[in-house]
Write a protein that binds this ligand. Sequence first.
Ligand code: SF4
Length: 327
Amino acid sequence: MKIGIPRSLLFFYYYPFWEELFQELRIEVLISDKNNERIMNKGVKYSISEICVPMKVYVGQVLDLVEQGADLVYVPRIVNIRKGVTLCPKFLGLPDMIKYSLEGMENKVLTHKIEQKSDDISDWKDYQIFLEVFDVSKKELKSALNKASQKWQEYRAMHRKGFASDQLLEDIKRTPDTGDLTIGVLGYVYNVYDKFVNMDLLGKLREMNVNIVTFEMIDDEEIQQEVDQFAPRKKMFWEFSNKLLGAGYHFLKSDEIDGVIHVTAFGCGPDSILGPFLDIDSDKYNTPFMTLRIDEQTGESHLLTRVEAFVDLLRLQKTKEARKCEK
Ligand code: SF4
């Protein structure tokens, strides 16, 4: 049996877990191609127009996997990875959207609920459907989940050493940061690491000799501290929006971050709350903040011009500050 995993949404956060889990269960895994024009067009064609671009990409990736010959596409319903906080509602309805809005997908989706107490999604109680679908024993399943958990913890440990997910998942050269500027790139993993949709923002920043920090590199405790401090102003309900909120305030307050770029998808409800708070407060912390809104029609030259201008301004500001200190 071949299981398809779409290369989008939480792929960039959980792929090492899923890869290890299926490998341990001796299930062949197919990953969809990296996002490209063909996949994007398919996603746009078969999605409702109002939905955010990451969901359109996901639809395109699912269709790509079926074309590649996947017997089932793995679409877990990730409800929560912390008590009392859910993921964005679009994630909650994702398996239904795939099953019932795409022709022929009703019996091609492997789904189950994930309701766990932490980001480590290895508690076996949510995976009992695997016993039947893959005809494995409880012992085999528990052992595979343990190994998947270990693999994922190693992946997360590498984030905390300063590696971005694209450097870990793809064959991108991992060298120590030597740039003269450091930018906090704030965004959901599927917006930050989808090179097609964001016109390879990270690659462009690296070419400009900029060091990159993303939310995965920040300790969970530091993120939570910021979320707790923010809670009296507004309680956010969505797991990854909270992570971005905490990381965003951490970036704004940090002396090591020269500026913040918030990468957000057009039509994203959670970001329409999160972004303005950070944008307004960036003045208070004197940290330049830029919003990059992406959709399926974003033009490369428009994006590049804005990013180049932002980087130039940060360099200018840094030089001025250095001169002031010398006087
Ligand atoms: S958080 Fe925003 S971008 Fe992500 S799935 Fe929800 S609406 Fe779309």
